[in-house]
Design a binder for this molecule. Structure first.
Ligand code: PSU
Ligand code: MN
Length: 304
């Protein structure tokens, strides 16, 4: 075998060796989920929140074929500014490495790399899931299959609202993924708190999350624990407003014949433009909220 390029920033390596808390972060949300400079502002704000809580942020990306765990400031800027950074799901990590390309890792790819490095907690914005036009496209995100066989804690504000949320929730169940509502009994709808879809496992405290995860590990359950953390009330956008933006974005996607892995970034971009920046603000706010919860989970996890 030739080289497996896998570079952990030295401070993160040391923290993992000494069993200190580390929180994984993805890079697709930066390269393909938000425009520049919002993405860079968000990335810096997220890292500051995590560091402030005494946890090390480990953003994961592929830079010129090297898998990086923990980016330098320059690398972070590169990922946020450069338009030839490929959106990279788990199935495409090997292609990016072999071709010496740069790639922004999605939830599925980030989970795989983080787990390999010994990181147990990961915060994102919203996971991918079953797309609304599933019946004709069979489009289901690799995030769901990754969640079904990588045993770590993933914190998200539910699945992105551009998806079919009832089908996504059903599929999470089919794939044996434990969904825990953090102070909620409903699956959150990304930009707003309440989807109307009940979930029956609610945790009031971080301790409850830790205990359930510890029990999953003892039972050798291979799937992830998906902690769903609704956007804060003051940051949410009403469902009616979002539905208008969604109708417009779906129409635009059809007109432009957008397909495959371009669908999610296209829809998010169109919604963000149509809402005049309101959805960017909400997306940042929900992702920062997840980063805060993920850090607190990481702190407790490394203390048990
Ligand atoms: N959360 C966000 N914005 C994003 C994403 C998540 O707030 O852009 C990304 C994640 O990387 C996720 C991906 O894995 O969208 C899902 O893409 P797809 O539907 O093509 O699997
Ligand atoms: Mn897809």
């Amino acid at each position: 075998m030739s080289d497996v390029s896998f570079i952990i920033r030295p401070d993160i390596k040391e923290a993992l060796d000494k069993n200190r808390p580390v929180l994984a972060l993805e890079s697709t949300i930066l390269a393909h989920g938000m425009p520049y400079p919002d993405n860079l502002e968000f990335a810096k704000h997220a890292e500051n929140i995590i560091l402030g809580l005494g946890v090390l942020p480990a953003t994961i990306a592929i830079i010129n074929g090297k898998i990086k765990i923990g980016l330098t400031q320059e690398e972070l800027e590169f990922v946020c500014k450069t338009d030839y950074v490929y959106k990279t799901p788990l199935s495409e990590i090997s292609a990016r490495v072999a071709k010496r390309d740069s790639g922004a890792t999605t939830v599925s790819a980030t989970m795989h790399i983080a787990y390999l490095a010994g990181i147990r907690v990961f915060s994102t914005g919203g996971i991918g899931g079953v797309h609304r036009n599933y019946n004709t496209t069979l489009d289901v995100s690799q995030d769901l299959t990754a969640l079904s066989n990588i045993p770590m804690i993933v914190v998200s504000a539910g699945a992105k609202v551009v998806l079919d949320l009832p089908k996504t929730l059903e599929t999470l169940e089919t794939l044996s993924i434990s969904v825990i509502g953090y102070n909620t009994s409903e699956f959150p709808a990304f930009y707003y708190r309440s989807s109307g879809l009940p979930i029956n496992n609610r945790a009031e405290t971080i301790d409850e999350i830790i205990h359930q995860f510890a029990s999953m590990r003892r039972l050798k359950i291979k799937s992830a624990m998906l902690v769903v953390n609704p956007i804060k009330k003051e940051d949410e956008i009403p469902a009616t407003e979002i539905n208008d933006y969604l109708d417009y974005s779906f129409r635009k996607a059809e007109e432009n014949q957008v397909s495959g892995k371009d669908v999610t970034p296209f829809l998010l971009k169109t919604i963000m433009e149509k809402s005049g920046g309101e959805c960017i603000r909400a997306n940042k706010a929900l992702a920062l909220n997840n980063v805060e919860l993920g850090s607190k989970i990481a702190l407790r996890l490394f203390n048990i």
